[in-house]
Every structure is written in structure tokens, then in C-alpha cells.
Design a protein around this ligand. Structure first.
Ligand code: AVJ
Ligand code: FE
Length: 387
């Protein structure tokens, strides 16, 4: 019974936390989709609700009455096995259902599910609720970054908050952590929750390497910019070089040069660059080019996982040199949730750590985040490694 209460209260707290992230928004902020990767906040609110409705209430509660039979079409993200869905690029065209209606949908599903769980919390359902909670936490992070993109690309640069501090400074002296060559175990191995892509504990062999105890700061990155890093093809992959030229990229996302001084759009509005803060909003291409310029490299995801105990992490998602691939013993889940991670294991890079907008207790040292190499609207950062 205690377990039931715990999971229901966890569920309810997660639902509330999502809505709190949206509290500063105007109605208009909820609806736009400035680029394909940035979903409207209203869509996140509906999609996280649909996840619980589709995968638990509709499957396990024969008495459940759908809130609206058209919502699966608009709030299904990418589950082919569930049926037809709106094009991702059309999420910003949904002026209906209204924000108010979507909040009603949330309340309806939250109430139906918590009532249902009171008497029906089997192992199977409990594990689905847990996935739903972690899914919603992933979308809480996406809400933060999508809201930042929506506000930060409005020429008026509206503030999201007067207090949210995204530039947490690392005070420690920088040093290299030395890891000896050997065979190491990788992957999630406890009974705590993890996603399927972390499972399949296995061995890797690592050569001697050193990894920095600190993230790259704005000051260090500025040296790369000032040294012409964005103008020298030698530091870039061919794809990265094409990408910076096609998009006239000369600095991280949200950087603006005003009266010859670099500024950064933050949740608190436009601020002069804080030199000590860790760099953020760089793509993998930029992280790689920076490392090349320094004559160093990014760590692999395995090097990161083996060394993580020796440094503080959690301020920035850290680009690794590793391609997002299945582990040797990877087995995707049966049914629709088998579409959750495995089908994205192509052409993406792994990021490790967590960020200032990651929900508390959401990350683990085995957590594998993944994005395409040109994306930089997440709170991404750089940690270097060398031989
Ligand atoms: C792990 C952040 C890449 O954004 O698609 C959300 C998280 N998975 N809903 C994504 C996710 C299903 C995922 N990332
Ligand atoms: Fe999702």
C-alpha cells in the first residue's frame, strides 16, 4: 500500500511540476513552433497526457472513456504502431484545442489515472506509470529549452524568470583525471528505473586517458572565437564546416554582439557574457572544432561513464565522441514502447550528464541522451579528454 501511495504521489507531483514550468507563459507563447525541433508548450502538455491515456488507461481500464477521440492524432509523437499522427512540422498550427481545453484534458487524465491506480496497481501497470513519469520529466526539460527558444528568438527578448540561474559556475581548479588502461563495466545494473538503451551491462576496454574535472568556460570558448575558430576549416568536420557556412554561424546559440561586447540571452533576459560560466548551446560540430583547436578531443561515452565519479556533473549535457548505438546486449521493449529509443540509433551523438533544466533525480551516470550533431538548443556543453 505504501508503494501505491508513493507512485501515485510521484505521478501527481510530476504532473504539477510540468504545469509550474508553464506558469510564466502567455497564451500566445503556448502555441508557436519556431523550428521543427521546438514543439509548442501546449503540445508538450497534451502529449505527456496522451502517453498515460494511450499506454495505460486505454489498455488496462475497460471503463475508461476517452477525453477526445481526435487527440491521439495530434498528440502522438512518433509511435507508428499506435496509428496516424500529425506531421511534426505542423504542431505549431494547432490553434485548437485551446490551451484551456488542453489543461482540462490534463486534469481529466490525471484524475482518471490516479483513481484507477488506487485499486489496480499491478507490477506491469506500475512499471508503465514509472515510464510515463520519466517520459514526462524528459518533456519537462524539453519545455524549458523550447520555451527558451521561443522567447529567445523573439526580437523583444522577453524574460522567462527573474530568478532562474542557468549559469552555475564551477569554482574548482582545473586538473586532469588520469584513468589507467583496462577493462571496465558499462551500463545500468541496479533495480532502479532506467531506459532500455542503458541496459545490457557489458565490458569495454579503454586505453590510458585523461579527462578534465571541469567544463569549458565561456572565457575559454571566446579565445577560440577570437582566434578565428569559426573561419578555419582545419578544425571542422566537412559537415560541420558546411553547416556553419550555410547558417552563417559565428558563435554559440543565443550569443549577440552588442557594441562590440558579447551578450547571451538567458531565462533572465539578455546579459553580458559571464566569462566564468560553462559554455552552453553549442552543437557537436562546435564542441569537436573547439577540441581540435585545443589539440585535444571529446571523451567517448565509456570514458565519461568510467570517470564520472571523479568530477561534478549535471550543469550541462556533455557531447561525447560516441555514436548513439545499441549496447551489445540491447533488447528493445515489446510492443509500442519498443519505439521509444531503439529506432533513433542512427546518425546521432550521445550526450552524458544532465543540465540545469533537467528534472531532479531524472539523470543517472548511465543515462544516455542523444541528439543530432547540429542541434544546440539544449543546455549542451564541452568537457575535454586526451591521451
Ligand atoms: C532523449 C531527449 C532525445 O527528445 O525525443 C521524449 C526524449 N523520448 N519523448 C526526445 C523523449 C520520448 C528524447 N530525447
Ligand atoms: Fe515524448
Amino acid at each position: 500500500m505504501l508503494i501505491t501511495n508513493e507512485i501515485i504521489s510521484n505521478f501527481l507531483q510530476t504532473r504539477i511540476a510540468t504545469e509550474e514550468i508553464c506558469a510564466p507563459l502567455t497564451q500566445e507563447d503556448y502555441v508557436v513552433q519556431p523550428i521543427e525541433n521546438v514543439s509548442p508548450p501546449k503540445w508538450h502538455l497534451g502529449h505527456t497526457t496522451w502517453f498515460f491515456e494511450e499506454f495505460i488507461l486505454k489498455q488496462y481500464n475497460p471503463d475508461y472513456k476517452e477525453f477526445d477521440s481526435q487527440f491521439s492524432y495530434i498528440f502522438n509523437s512518433y509511435y507508428e504502431s499506435v496509428g496516424d499522427k500529425i506531421l511534426r512540422t505542423d504542431r505549431g498550427n494547432l490553434t485548437r484545442p485551446s490551451v484551456e481545453e488542453v489543461y482540462k484534458y490534463r486534469d481529466y487524465v490525471t484524475n482518471c489515472l490516479s483513481e484507477f491506480l488506487d485499486d489496480n496497481l499491478t507490477e506491469e501497470i506500475s512499471s508503465l506509470v514509472t515510464i510515463g513519469i520519466h517520459h514526462e520529466k524528459q518533456h519537462q526539460e524539453l519545455l524549458f529549452t523550447d520555451i527558451k527558444y521561443i522567447l529567445g528568438n523573439n526580437p523583444l527578448l522577453p524574460h522567462y524568470s527573474e530568478t532562474f540561474e542557468e549559469n552555475l559556475i564551477e569554482k574548482q581548479k582545473s586538473k586532469w583525471i588520469k584513468i589507467p588502461e583496462g577493462t571496465y563495466e558499462i551500463g545500468h545494473a541496479t533495480n532502479d528505473f532506467c531506459f532500455d538503451n542503458e541496459l545490457g551491462k557489458h565490458k569495454v576496454f579503454l586505453h590510458n586517458y585523461k579527462i578534465s574535472n571541469k567544463l569549458i568556460t565561456n572565457e575559454e570558448y571566446l579565445e577560440f572565437i577570437n582566434d578565428g575558430g569559426y573561419n578555419n576549416f582545419n578544425f571542422w568536420h566537412a559537415e560541420g564546416w558546411d553547416w556553419i557556412r550555410a547558417n552563417t554561424i559565428k558563435a554559440p546559440l543565443y550569443w549577440h554582439k552588442i557594441d562590440n561586447e558579447w551578450h547571451q540571452y538567458t531565462f533572465k533576459g539578455l546579459k553580458p557574457i559571464n566569462l566564468e560560466a560553462p559554455i552552453t548551446h553549442v552543437s557537436y560540430y562546435e564542441a569537436f572544432a573547439y577540441a581540435e583547436w585545443r589539440g585535444l578531443r571529446l571523451p567517448t561515452e565509456f570514458e565519461w561513464e568510467v570517470a564520472q565519479d571523479y568530477f561534478d556533473w549535471g550543469k550541462r549535457w556533455e557531447w561525447t565522441e560516441s555514436a548513439y548505438l545499441p549496447y551489445p546486449y540491447y533488447k528493445k521493449a515489446a510492443g509500442a514502447l519498443g519505439e521509444y529509443n531503439g529506432k533513433f540509433m542512427v546518425n546521432q551523438k550521445v550526450l552524458r550528464g544532465g543540465s540545469v533544466v533537467t528534472s531532479k533525480d531524472h539523470t543517472r551516470y548511465t543515462y544516455r541522451n542523444f541528439f543530432h550533431p547540429h542541434l544546440r538548443w539544449q543546455f549542451t556543453g564541452i568537457r575535454l579528454a586526451k591521451r
